[in-house]
Structures are given as C-alpha cells and as structure tokens.
Design a protein. Structure first.
Length: 321
C-alpha cells in the first residue's frame, strides 16, 4: 500500500479532534431549526449539506435562509457578496447517503420524536464517515439514549441551538454519559468560532434550558385553561413584570406546540414527577393541529407578512370583561 493510501486511511478513521479538521457539516432536518443551523454554518464558510425527507421542505428552507440573509443585509451585518458566498456553500439532499458523504460533523435537527431520532442515528452511524462527530439539536431527548444506538457513543454530543438560530447567541452543549471531553471541547470551540456562546451541561431530562423553561410555559397554559387570565394578560404580565422579551404563550407558539408537548412528555417520563404533566389544553391544541406560528395558529393567529399579534379566536375575549 502506498504511503498516501496509508495516510488517507489513517485520516479517515481518526476522530475529529480540533475544529480545523471540520470542513463539511451535514444538517438533518430543514425545518425551523435546521434552516437556521445551515444558515449559520454556511455564513461561517462551512460546506453544508442540508438533508430532509422531501424536496419542498428543502426549497422552503433555502428560500427562508435567503430571506433571513436579506434581513441581515438591510441591517448592515452582511453584504450581498457574503450572502452569495454563503448560499453557494449549501447543497440540498433528500437521500441520507449523499447528504452524509464526506461529513466531518453531522447536526441532527429533525422532528422531536424519540423513535424517529433513534432510527435516524442508526442510519447516520451507518452512513457518515467514521471520523465524524454526531451532534443532535434535540431539546430534551437523552443524548445517552441516542448515542447508545450508534457504534460510536463517545462521538455523540448535544448541540442545542436556540430559535432563531442566526440571532440567538446560546448553544447548550450536552455531554452524554459516554461523550469524551475531547469531543465536547471541539463542539465548544466550534460554537465560539461561529459566533455563539456555549454552555456545557450534563445529560438529564430537559438539560437546563427546557427543564426550567417548559414548566413555566406549561403553567401559563394551565392558567389559561383554568380561566385565571386571558392570553394577552398572561403574556403581558410576564413581559412587563419579569422583563421577558416575549410572553410564555407567544414563545410556545414560536417554539411549536408539538415540540413543547414532546419536551414536557420527556420531562414527565424522565423524572416521573406529576409536576411536569402537560396541560390538557396543550395536548388538545396539538391534536387539533394548532401548532403555533408554523401552522398559522396557536394561542395567536399568524398571517404572513404581518407582525401584529392577534389572539386566536379560540381565546378571544377575556372572561372578566
Ligand atoms: N423550534 C424550536 O424553537 C427549537 C429550539 C431548539 C431545539 N429544537 C429542536 O430542534 C429539532 C427540530 O425542531 P424544529 O422546530 O426545527 O422542527 P420542524 O418541525 O420545524 O422541522 C423538522 C424537520 O425535520 C424533517 N424530518 C423529519 N423526519 C426526517 C428524516 N427522517 N430525515 C430528514 N428530515 C426529517 C421534517 O420534514 C421537518 O422539515 C427538534 O429536535 C427540536 O426539539 C427546536
């Protein structure tokens, strides 16, 4: 075997140990979070392979990224040339095999569903290069459980971006039970490199962000369900009284009510404590397809192009009036 072939083989199996070795990032799922993650990596010069199950989802994500970059241009934080260069870094794929080829890092941002993620990670493990780091953007599913279905649990880590990804600074990095310190360090350095502020936490249900946020959102929904106050009152109290930039019900709409429900179920099952049981109203809304901003209606209704906050007809009119 030639010296180059031996070197190539060694490189192919040496696990990524510093950010200079990361050139190609594959992102699985082109929804709310996936397109933001693609945006940030592409803008920072990475070759990004965006994967989803259907071409329309990929087309919509690309259009969104373009629109969000135009907003950055208007604000003066990006030039037309930088936008073109970033978009040229992105390729779209509906086949996992093509989309994972040559990946140094995979960031999974598909729908929040345990069985789906376990299946996706088995596929990623089979198809992505052996040296690649496998990260998940899950909001709540155990990193350790996801890692356990792969043959490389030491290389599996949580990389939890916040919504909207291009704007929000935080990346919550989650150590799985088997994640090595070296892998966590690479993801930490990479997060800094792409302009984010990383915080490392350990793998317990909901990690930190959602363990604290979701019970607040759930309590707001239970308060609405009990008629303690209306949508506007609950959100205004939390905005003006606690200096939150948006109220918990608007935030729930923004996150997606299906995602909120899944996270509460993970907390409820993971800790076995009834304090995390999702509000019946939340379950009803998800079953009715009222998923928040992405479905056009949740606690508020959303019309494309309008920024006005209009309470959904289901909750219009405050009980005390
Ligand atoms: N929405 C938020 O505010 C938020 C914040 C942080 C983390 N997260 C997490 O990010 C992940 C994605 O959430 P989202 O809000 O972007 O969801 P979303 O519903 O907007 O998008 C999910 C995307 O995954 C795609 N998908 C489903 N199965 C797939 C498969 N097998 N292969 C490839 N793509 C597949 C869907 O077609 C869809 O485009 C979830 O794990 C969620 O918990 C969400």
């Amino acid at each position: 075997m030639s010296e180059t072939a031996i070197k190539d083989m060694a490189e192919a199996t040496t696990v990524i140990s510093n950010i200079q070795q990361i050139k190609t990032v594959s992102v699985i799922g082109a929804g709310t979070m996936g397109n933001g993650i693609v945006h940030v990596f592409a803008q920072n010069g990475y070759k990004v392979q965006m994967i989803d199950i259907a071409q329309p989802a990929l087309d919509k994500a690309l259009a969104n990224i373009g629109k969000n970059m135009d907003r950055q241009i208007t604000k003066g934080s990006l030039t037309e040339e930088q936008k073109d260069a970033a978009l040229a870094n992105i390729t779209t794929h509906i086949d996992m095999e093509g989309g994972l080829s040559g990946a140094d890092l995979v960031v999974e941002a598909a729908t929040e569903n345990v069985d789906l993620k376990l299946k996706i990670f088995k596929d990623i493990d089979r198809l992505a290069p052996a040296h690649a780091i496998l990260a998940t953007n899950t909001s709540s599913i155990s990193i350790t459980r996801i890692a356990a279905v792969t043959s490389r649990p030491a290389q599996v880590v949580g990389m939890h971006f916040m919504n909207p990804v291009p704007v929000m600074k935080l990346v919550e990095i989650i150590n799985g039970y088997a994640t090595t310190k070296e892998i966590t360090q690479v993801i930490y350095d990479l997060s800094v490199h792409i302009g984010k502020v990383p915080c490392v936490v350990n793998d317990y249900p909901g990690f930190i962000a959602n363990r604290i946020l979701m019970p607040m959102i759930n309590e707001a929904i239970i308060s609405l369900q009990e008629g303690v106050a209306g949508v506007e009152e609950i959100d205004t109290i939390m905005k003006l009284g606690m200096a939150h930039p948006m109220g918990p019900l608007q935030l729930a709409d923004f996150i997606g009510l299906d995602t909120c429900l899944s996270i509460l179920n993970v907390l409820h099952n993971g800790f076995g404590n009834p304090k995390y049981a999702p509000a019946a109203l939340l379950t009803n809304m998800v079953q009715a397809g009222r998923l928040g901003a992405k479905s056009g209606e949740g606690f508020y209704k959303y019309t494309s192009g309008s920024k006005e906050l209009v309470v959904s007809d289901s909750f219009a009119g405050n009980q005390w009036k």
